[in-house]
Design a protein around this ligand. Structure first.
Ligand SMILES: CC(C)(COP(=O)(O)OP(=O)(O)OC[C@H]1O[C@@H](n2cnc3c(N)ncnc32)[C@H](O)[C@@H]1OP(=O)(O)O)[C@@H](O)C(=O)NCCC(=O)NCCS
Length: 291
């Protein structure tokens, strides 16, 4: 048990060796908050948290920090720096020391870093039922941008007439980037290139040209397309979605209703938030759990 008030909180860069301690905290923090509200935990087992943070702590595209009190790790946070817009998360604090300003300190650390690196904006996705994170992020300057519905399942319709989905190739990046710029106003080519190398990315073609792409149909993937039809084809092309599910913007009524009519189940509501540059998307999109 750490004393109250807390001794000095030290923030430092995370290393891959911190992943076991931070991954366990990540699992404990999410299972406690989700369980307390009757929602399934985003991570099935502690090892999933450890694997996730091992990957982020060793990817040069991420800036990750840990908080220590008296040499004990009490939390961590990550910043995805792979585009002009930076994405925050997962941030998790040891449940035994939550609500004692460590989260605020770790949020401020990555926000300062984003400003120092010249990010055009910072975004994150939070669990809508979590009063504390919503209040903290709003207080730090994040605006609520979009309600999201995490959805899971297998669509009844297994393909969309007129659309073909196939694995994305490195040569597709250029045209996918045009779609990304048209819809969001910025590039996400580093994420797409990594996903292509990992073999998870797909593109959709309609009328003989690429009209959208997905890095992966999963909690950690994003998809961008010209129209709902294209996203529906991408969604219908897989048997299930990685992690808890895909994030469907709830205000996209056409897509949301198509998902419901196709048997997908709503797992939990979330909220996209941003500070800095934000353009209302001009097309169809599924954000990742970062943005
Ligand atoms: C969310 C989380 C990272 C925040 O870290 P923390 O150290 O617990 O939070 P902090 O004490 O730094 O900040 C919480 C702030 O919210 C405020 N707050 C908490 N509940 C609130 C409520 N119901 N209404 C208004 N404000 C509230 C607190 O007063 C505090 O504000 P202050 O700094 O002005 O005092 C942490 O609680 C956690 O790990 N939760 C579980 C995992 C999770 O949900 N992670 C976020 C994923 S999006």
């Amino acid at each position: 048990m750490l004393p109250n008030p807390l001794p000095l909180v030290v923030v430092r860069a995370a290393t891959p060796e911190d992943a076991p301690a931070c991954g366990q905290i990540c699992y404990d923090a999410f299972s406690t908050i989700s369980g307390g509200h009757g929602f399934p935990c985003d991570l099935p087992v502690p090892e999933a948290g450890i694997g996730l943070l091992s990957m982020m702590f060793s990817n040069p595209g991420f800036y990750c920090v840990v908080a220590e009190v008296e040499d004990r790790i009490v939390g961590s946070n990550c910043l995805d720096e792979r585009s002009k817009i930076f994405g925050v998360g997962p941030i998790t604090i040891d449940p035994s020391v939550q609500n004692r300003s460590i989260g605020r300190t770790l949020m401020q650390a990555v926000m300062d870093r984003a400003i120092g690196q010249g990010a055009a904006g910072i975004r994150l996705v939070q669990a809508a039922f979590h009063n504390r994170s919503l209040s903290l992020y709003a207080d730090l300057g994040f605006d609520v941008r979009a309600p999201l519905s995490c959805m899971q399942g297998r669509t009844l319709q297994r393909s969309v007439p007129g659309c073909t989905v196939q694995p994305a190739q490195l040569a597709d990046i250029k045209v996918c980037d045009i779609v990304s710029r048209q819809v969001h106003g910025f590039s996400r080519t580093v994420e797409l290139a990594e996903a292509i190398q990992q073999g998870t990315a797909s593109v959709v073609e309609r009328e003989g040209r690429i009209t959208g792409y997905a890095t992966v149909l999963a909690f950690f993937g994003h998809a961008t397309a010209e129209a709902n039809l294209d996203l529906e084809a991408l969604i219908a092309s897989v048997d299930s979605f990685g992690g808890p599910g895909i994030l469907v913007p709830s205000q996209n009524s056409g897509l949301f209703r198509w998902c419901l009519a196709n048997g997908l189940r709503l797992v939990q509501p979330l909220t996209l938030m941003s500070v800095g540059l934000y353009n209302e998307p001009a097309g169809a999109w599924l954000p990742s759990i970062h943005f």
